[in-house]
Design a protein around this ligand. Structure first.
Ligand code: GDP
Length: 444
């Protein structure tokens, strides 16, 4: 799975990671290579373009962390954007509905629908203790119904007995009825495929959907068909509406581009991947794991993550120390306000601190809200370095200049200074009791 892409990306990024400094041109050249590698892996052009744009944007704007080489930072950014492209989180099959939960399997003939139906049935039975019924709605190929029956026997899951002459919709209705009567938790409907999408197939799918009210409609697509699989997904989704995808034959593909574009193009999650013909060859699709597999650079990614944490922790510790000593100047206040905005404003921060609900209300009553913080940041940024370090020098003429620069009036400036003084005093007092660091650490 993804071998050739992994090799290509690996050599491109390895070329970056060893270097001490990277110019924008270096990054651009590497990204051109990445772009080519993704296109050769059959990732959709639009997806590739938006991916490289995002990586470039972040790479240029990224603050390089201490102890991290720029190239390593780029690897981490590529990794994060890959995860984003793949959908961030794994999305399992959703069984959250009244029993019997109907899972409708759709897709072209030979894509692996019947095999995947049995694999899913086995998994739900063995791992989740569900009572499952499977039904084949493929009336055109009696062999298909027989195949499902045999697989059912193999994985010890019940299949709906075949009644000759029934239409797919009739079978669907009968299956729902049987599942209810039999007390089954889940009903898997294995629909008929065609060699290609045609109108009668889509009409049939829509009718089956109407008759069985499926909670999940999973499109099974052969990952070896690359871009065709992506188009297929788009088509099925427009006509029938799908809730997720299963990509089969991931064991056979070195390119894997379909998997990479699927989510971005259709907006539907890849829920499972088929990795072989055996009944246990089915895996959950976890974007982060897949990205790790593709890049094969998990050690660099975690190195960068750790460095980012360390920086935050170092900053927090330095700030706490400063506060405890009572040396909390307006630069520090601006840092705090900026940090607060980064963390989702007042609501975000208070939400993280237990027991802060009441304080939040009090602050709101006092007019301390996010808009005010923004204005305060504007005031502070209109001050000189010396003024921020030593607010005591802020007399009338300086305040006038700051007011003109920030669009605030003298009263607002005085209010800010008063708040700062109050905070500095409070921190000093708390620092004396040895409690300040902990609480303020929570604030950062
Ligand atoms: P259907 O026509 O969509 O129901 O497709 P089938 O379930 O009959 O599968 C067609 C063939 O593909 C069978 O020989 C399966 O064993 C094989 N197959 C299905 N899924 C996978 C997979 O993930 N990997 C591999 N290597 N073969 C698979």
């Amino acid at each position: 799975m993804f071998e050739s892409l992994q090799e290509r990306l690996g050599s491109i990024l390895n070329g970056l990671t060893g270097r001490g400094a990277l110019s924008e041109a270096d990054v651009a050249a590497a990204l051109r290579e990445v772009r080519r590698a993704l296109l050769e892996a059959d990732v959709a052009l639009d997806v590739v373009r938006s991916f490289t744009d995002k990586v470039r944007e972040r790479a240029v704007g990224a603050a390089v962390l201490k102890s991290i080489k720029p190239g390593q930072m780029v690897v981490k950014i590529v990794h994060d954007e890959l995860v984003a492209m793949l959908g961030e989180e794994g999305v399992p099959i959703d069984l959250n509905a009244p029993a019997p939960v109907v899972i409708m399997m759709v897709g072209l003939q030979g894509s692996g629908k019947t095999t995947t139906s049995a694999k899913i049935a086995r998994r739900l039975t063995d791992r989740q203790g569900k009572k499952v019924l499977m039904a084949s709605l493929d009336t055109r190929r009696p062999a298909a119904q027989e195949q499902l029956r045999q697989l059912g026997e193999q994985v010890k899951v019940a299949t709906l007995p075949v009644v000759a002459g029934q239409s797919p919709v009739d079978i669907a209705r009968r299956a729902v009825h049987a599942a209810k009567l039999g007390g089954h938790d889940v009903l898997i409907l294995d629909t008929a495929g065609r060699t290609h999408i045609d109108e009668p197939l889509m009409v049939e799918m829509a009718e089956i959907k109407a008759a069985s009210n499926p909670h999940e409609i999973l499109l099974v697509a052969d990952s070896l068909t690359g871009q065709d699989a992506v188009n297929l997904a788009r088509n099925f989704d427009e006509r029938v509406g799908i809730t997720g995808l299963v990509l089969t034959r991931m064991d056979g593909d070195g390119r894997g581009g379909a998997a990479l574009s699927m989510r971005a193009v259709t907006g539907k999650p890849i829920k499972l991947i088929g990795t072989g013909e055996k009944m246990d060859a089915l895996e959950e699709f976890y974007p982060k794991r897949i990205a790790d597999r593709i890049l094969g650079m998990g050690d660099i990614v975690s190195l960068v993550e750790k460095a980012a944490e360390t920086i935050d922790a170092e900053k927090a510790a330095a700030m706490a120390k400063k506060m405890q000593s009572g040396k909390f100047d307006l630069n520090d206040l601006a840092d705090q306000l900026g940090q607060m905005q980064k963390m989702g404003g007042m609501g975000g921060i208070m939400g993280m601190m237990p027991g802060m609900g009441k304080m939040k209300d009090q602050m709101a009553a006092a007019g301390l809200d996010d808009r005010m913080f923004k204005r305060q940041l504007a005031i502070i940024s209109s001050m000189t370095r010396a003024e921020r370090a030593n607010p005591d020098i802020l007399k009338h003429s300086r305040k006038k200049r700051i007011a003109a620069g920030s669009g605030a009036d003298a009263a607002e400036i005085n209010k800010l200074l008063k708040m700062h003084r109050g905070m500095a005093d409070m921190m000093k007092a708390m620092g004396g009791k040895g409690k300040g660091g902990g609480m303020m650490r929570g604030l950062m």
